[in-house]
Structures are given as structure tokens and as C-alpha cells.
Design a protein. Structure first.
Length: 304
């Protein structure tokens, strides 16, 4: 059961380049960072460094330098233009897989573990499953990694592949509690509106309460009242007494519903790993925004 709430924390990335002491087998050395040609400036320099970042990696690089270098690489990916991201990851994993085949798996495991922390962890401010999918695709194709090492990441790949941006969101049945106390059973795809906002939440979750208030104070409510946006506030756990008693704290215009069949809690339909979670769908129920921060949802709706 999803008992925990999402807490949006700011991650502070501190970078220091420190070399380890010499060990008995080989001399360790600091990682040599790539330098962009002087004629490249701004975004072009960032893109170049992201694409070529790991060219200087050797199996002698000490662990602290590798940790720091991996964080710098993540920061470059966040700053680089999207069209260069796939090439940067292909190049990174080509180097990582090459050395993994020779017995050094540190780089390939570091790449995927840091990607998991930054782009997949529910509390990360950089949560981005599309970027994480690219990491996973390259990792799962690596020949220097065993099937056992890949097992957990294959599961994550399957979850991230659900309801991707641009695809039609999976349909499900919900049971709505209306203001008068009546219940109505319907399907998500039957909701009529130019946009549908799925708000997976728990009435007792502080982060959910915060997001609910932000939605209520934003452009969302005028759009709801105009009929352009429909909000489905979806409860996916089983403590229905608490859920029923909190109906009055949600706008009467929202669809206040729970999952009568517990299909959403099983992670096979939406892969929900934490609440709150917001999905914005278009008229045909295609995903526009997936598991997006409330600020991004509001910013998008301000443009329609």
C-alpha cells in the first residue's frame, strides 16, 4: 500500500576532485575532465562535454573521483540540449561497457545507480522518467553486466514504460463520492473534457494537501468551472472511512473517487511509486504530463 507521501527536497550537489592514495595493485589517479574547444561557448560547450565526458576514463580512476565525475555528468545532462542527450548516454555506456567487459564494472554501475537517484527516486527534484528510460535502455543492452545485475532495473524499465508521454493513458474504473453522499461508478476514459487532471492522492498526506491547495488557488479552478479541465482526485488505498470523511475538503467540482478494485495499488497499470502524483491528459486521454510537479502542471494550463 502506498502509505508514504512525496516530499520535494532540494538536492545540493557538491563537487570536489580528490585523488585517493596508491593501493597495492595499481596506482590510482583522479579522473581527467574533458575540456571543450575554446571556440565553443555556452550551450555548445555543454553539449560537447556531455557527449565526450567519459573519453578519458581509465580503470585506474579512484573511487572518489569517479563519484564526483558522475555527479558532474548528471549536471551536464540537466543543462545539455535534449537532442544531444541520447548520444551522450550512448557514448557514456559504450565506454562503461567496454571496461566492464574487461572486469571493471564500476562505471556502468555508477551511471545507472546515480541515474536512479536523480531521475527515478520519487523525492528527487530532478525526477524525469524519460531520461531514466534512456539510461535503462543503455544499461540493459550492456554486454558486460550479468542478467542478475539487470533484473531489478528491467522491472523499473517496465514500470517507466507505462503511460509514457504521447501515449493513451490506461483506463480504469473508479467509484466517486458526490457531494450529496451518493456514489457513482464510471471509467476514467468516460470523463468528458478538453483536459483531464489525474490527482493520485491520500487525504491524510501533508504533501497531497499542499498540492491540493496549490491547485485550488491556481488557474485550475477557473478552467474547471468553465468545463475545460476535469480533475479526478483518485484515492488508491483501502481506508475508506478516512477517505469518505474528507470529501468536504475537496472542491465540489472535482471528481472525488477511490479505486474499488485496487488495480492502481498493484503497480501494474500506472506504476505509482509514491503519492501525490499528477498526470495531465488531453481530450483523447493521451498523456501530456506524467508524474509532473504541480508547478509544471499549472504552468502548462496557464498556456491553454
Amino acid at each position: 500500500m502506498l502509505k508514504f507521501c512525496r516530499i520535494f527536497l532540494c538536492a545540493v550537489v557538491a563537487v570536489s576532485f580528490i585523488a585517493c592514495n596508491t593501493n597495492s595493485e595499481q596506482k590510482s589517479e583522479p579522473f581527467k575532465f574533458i575540456q571543450a574547444p575554446q571556440f565553443l561557448k555556452g550551450a555548445e560547450a555543454t553539449n560537447y562535454m556531455a557527449r565526450n565526458f567519459w573519453k578519458n576514463y581509465t580503470t585506474n580512476v579512484d573511487s572518489i573521483s569517479l563519484d564526483n565525475a558522475s555527479l558532474v555528468f548528471v549536471r551536464l545532462l540537466l543543462s545539455a540540449e535534449e537532442k544531444y542527450l541520447n548520444k551522450a548516454l550512448e557514448n557514456a555506456f559504450a565506454v562503461a561497457d567496454s571496461v566492464a567487459l574487461k572486469g571493471d564494472k564500476r562505471l556502468v554501475l555508477k551511471l545507472v545507480s546515480d541515474a536512479e537517484k536523480f531521475f527515478y527516486h520519487p523525492n528527487s527534484p530532478y525526477l524525469n522518467e524519460e531520461i531514466y528510460l534512456e539510461f535503462l535502455k543503455n544499461y540493459l543492452n550492456a554486454k558486460g553486466v550479468s542478467d542478475l545485475d539487470k533484473m531489478a532495473y528491467q522491472y523499473q524499465y517496465n514500470l517507466c514504460s507505462l503511460n509514457r508521454v504521447g501515449t493513451v493513458a490506461s483506463d480504469f474504473e473508479y467509484k466517486a463520492l458526490e457531494k450529496g453522499g451518493e456514489y457513482k461508478i464510471a471509467r476514467m476514459h468516460s470523463i468528458k473534457g478538453e483536459y483531464t487532471l489525474l490527482f493520485f492522492n491520500n487525504p491524510d498526506c501533508p504533501a497531497c494537501e499542499e498540492i491540493k491547495n496549490k491547485l485550488k488557488e491556481s488557474i485550475v479552478m477557473p478552467l474547471v468551472k468553465k468545463g475545460k479541465v476535469k480533475v479526478l482526485a483518485m484515492y488508491i488505498d483501502q481506508e475508506l472511512d478516512v477517505w469518505q470523511n474528507r470529501r468536504d475538503t475537496y472542491p465540489k467540482e472535482w471528481i472525488y473517487a477511490h479505486d474499488p478494485h485496487q488495480v492502481l495499488n498493484e503497480n501494474e497499470l500506472y506504476g505509482l511509486r509514491a503519492i501525490p502524483s499528477l498526470y495531465l491528459l488531453d481530450k483523447e486521454k493521451r498523456v501530456i504530463l506524467k508524474d509532473a510537479p504541480v508547478e509544471i502542471v499549472i504552468e502548462y494550463l496557464n498556456t491553454i
